[in-house]
Design a protein around this ligand. Structure first.
Ligand code: COA
Length: 260
């Protein structure tokens, strides 16, 4: 796996992806989006024994400080719409990834950075994290799902306030609002994300993937989430892992899941 603006490290089945443009506070330029697309639409699906993915930012100050503003020059309605759609599709590939994806938010998570964190399944924030959607300061709006996912995560009232005021909030408040799952001392966010992935990796992989699909179905206006749950429940019932999980419980031993 070779990328221009991403560093990747695979350790014990956990892939850590670091957005690596620290001089621009890891702002997402077109190349970084291409790298994320290649990773989440293709490469990561081919990693044998992958347990989960952590996304974080290089340097001491930022997770990702938004879309790269220097690339906004000369946008037209048509090119802006294409940019927005492309970003949304790439973030959707993260949201629908079958293994857990966790954002380890080590600093500024603004604009596209907050949207990237929200496309992940879970978020661990450092005490120094700063979340916000400052687009209206620039005369634009979030284009990578921010107006939708922020409401899903924290509710309409507070999301409306943050989207309209462009206020930044710290890790503690993000955790209080449910935007971050955890807030930890600065520097411990990847460690905490690793611990969460290790815990999830002890569960049945097919059940985990089906659970992620069911959660996603809740937000899909074209899908009946309860029916999706019925289907997924049925699908899990015929897996070897279900036989193993139920047998292990009855035999009072720890289950060994194979993802089959
Ligand atoms: N796009 C492009 N470059 C960015 C950037 C972005 N979103 N965010 C930061 N940078 C660059 C700055 O231009 C600066 O580059 P320079 O050193 O070549 O001048 C460098 O990163 C450091 O940022 P700087 O603004 O000097 O740091 P600061 O500590 O004064 O402020 C922020 C930090 C995050 C508050 C500020 O950089 C900021 O507001 N960034 C934009 C956030 C934003 O609006 N994101 C949404 C975009 S749609």
């Amino acid at each position: 796996m070779n990328y221009t603006n991403l560093l990747t490290e695979l350790n014990d089945g956990i892939l850590t992806v670091t957005v690596n443009r620290p001089k621009a506070l890891n702002a997402l330029n077109r190349q970084t989006f291409s790298d994320l697309k290649q990773l989440f639409e293709t490469d990561a699906h081919q990693i044998e024994g992958l347990k989960g993915i952590i996304i974080t930012g290089a340097g001491e100050r930022a997770f990702v400080a938004g879309a790269d503003i220097s690339e906004f020059d000369g946008l037209t309605t048509e090119t802006a719409k294409a940019l927005s759609k492309r970003g949304q599709d790439i973030f959707r590939a993260i949201e629908t990834f079958p293994k857990v994806v966790i954002a380890a938010v080590n600093g500024f998570a603004l604009g596209g950075g907050c949207e990237l964190a929200m496309a992940c399944h879970l978020r661990v924030a450092s005490e120094k994290a700063r979340f916000g959607q400052p687009e209206v300061n620039l005369g634009i709006i979030p284009g990578y799902g921010g107006t939708q996912r922020l409401i899903r995560l924290i509710g309409k009232s507070k999301a409306t306030e943050l989207l309209l005021t462009a206020d930044m909030i710290g890790g503690l408040e993000a955790a209080h609002l449910g935007l971050a799952n955890y807030v930890v001392p600065h520097g411990e966010e990847v460690l905490k994300a690793t611990a969460i992935i290790k815990k999830i990796a002890r569960k049945a992989p097919i059940a985990i993937a089906q659970t992620l699909e069911c959660i996603d179905a809740y937000y899909d206006k074209n899908v009946d989430g309860f029916q999706k749950e019925v289907e997924s429940f049925g699908f899990c019932a015929e897996t070897e892992d279900f036989v193993e999980g139920a047998s292990a419980f009855m035999e009072k031993r720890r289950a060994t899941f194979k993802g089959k």
